[in-house]
Design a protein around this ligand. Structure first.
Ligand code: NAP
Length: 250
């Protein structure tokens, strides 16, 4: 029986829940980090209670995250060796920087950038102990083109890719590989977004779709295929990179 495990953040999200299902089918042990809700993975976890463990945490709270992860490791004896960090906060208030509320702006940065630091620091403790780890962070195409009326989100996505580049160098000697996957529009279920955010997103994506040579949004499979390779044993040399999945759009 395997005793290594993959940590997936945002595990109840669109991309995270798809990854949870795919890696479950591949017989992996999974630590599924969720925030408020679990409806997309609840059934899956109850079908595979020995291989799938839920860790409920706000990523911006370091000490709680560290404690909850340690509890799962102690209980299962698993050795985490991969991290897929898909969790993200988005602002439901669509405003230009000049009109933004400073506290709301800071909340997004806190969840996304401090949250990224926290999950990395917590996971690295285990990866470094075993001199083995592979990490995929999630950025976005907005990290290179910006996002008018979404500056906190786009700044945090650019920051995540930058953290990935630095970390890849810092931890190369410990056999830890770090890459960032930065998609353009993904075909997702947007029914849970607020009315105003959904409208903002749909208008933005309609405009972007006209510019995508392949004329469609990315599918979950498009994203999974690349991530699976980056996290696999076949990848021992590609690190510190940011990969854009945008159907040919620069
Ligand atoms: N969807 C796209 O078109 C698109 C395009 C480019 C890049 N991306 C990137 O791809 C990744 C996955 O996107 P997605 O569409 O799957 O996102 P999603 O469906 O919105 O899922 C994000 C998840 O992050 C969790 N989360 C939010 N704040 C958190 C916090 N403070 N602590 C812990 N978890 C938190 C949310 O949990 P709760 O709902 O319970 O709060 C949610 O399950 C993201 O990093 C996103 O930036 C997505």
């Amino acid at each position: 029986m395997k005793n290594n495990a993959i940590i997936i953040t945002g595990a109840n999200g669109n991309v995270g829940s798809y990854f949870a299902k795919k890696y479950c089918e591949l017989d992996e042990n999974l630590i599924l980090v969720i925030h408020k809700s679990n409806h997309r993975i609840k059934q899956l976890v109850s079908n595979y209670p020995d291989r799938l463990k839920i860790l409920q945490a706000d990523l911006s709270n370091y000490s709680n995250l560290k404690l909850e992860l340690a509890k799962i490791i102690n209980e299962t004896g698993w050795i985490p060796d991969r991290l897929i960090h898909t969790a993200t906060a988005r602002s439901s208030v669509i405003k230009s920087l000049a009109d933004s509320d400073p506290d709301l702006w800071k909340n997004i940065i806190n969840a996304n950038l401090v949250g990224t630091f926290n999950i990395l620091k917590t996971s690295l403790e285990y990866f470094k102990k075993n001199n083995n780890g592979k990490i995929v962070l999630f950025g976005s195409n907005v990290s290179r083109i910006g996002l008018p009326k979404g500056t906190a989100y786009s700044a945090s996505k650019a920051g995540i890719a930058n953290i990935g580049r630095s970390l890849a160098t810092e931890e190369a000697a410990c056999n830890i590989i770090v890459n960032t996957v930065s998609p353009g529009p993904i075909k997702i279920d947007d029914s849970e977004f607020t009315e105003s955010y959904r409208k903002f997103r749909q208008e933005y994506y309609e405009e972007k779709l006209r510019e995508i040579p392949l004329k469609r949004c990315a599918s979950f499979q498009d994203i999974f295929g690349l991530c699976e390779f980056l996290l696999s044993k076949d990848n021992s040399y590609i690190t510190g990179e940011e990969f854009f999945i945008t159907g040919g759009k620069i």
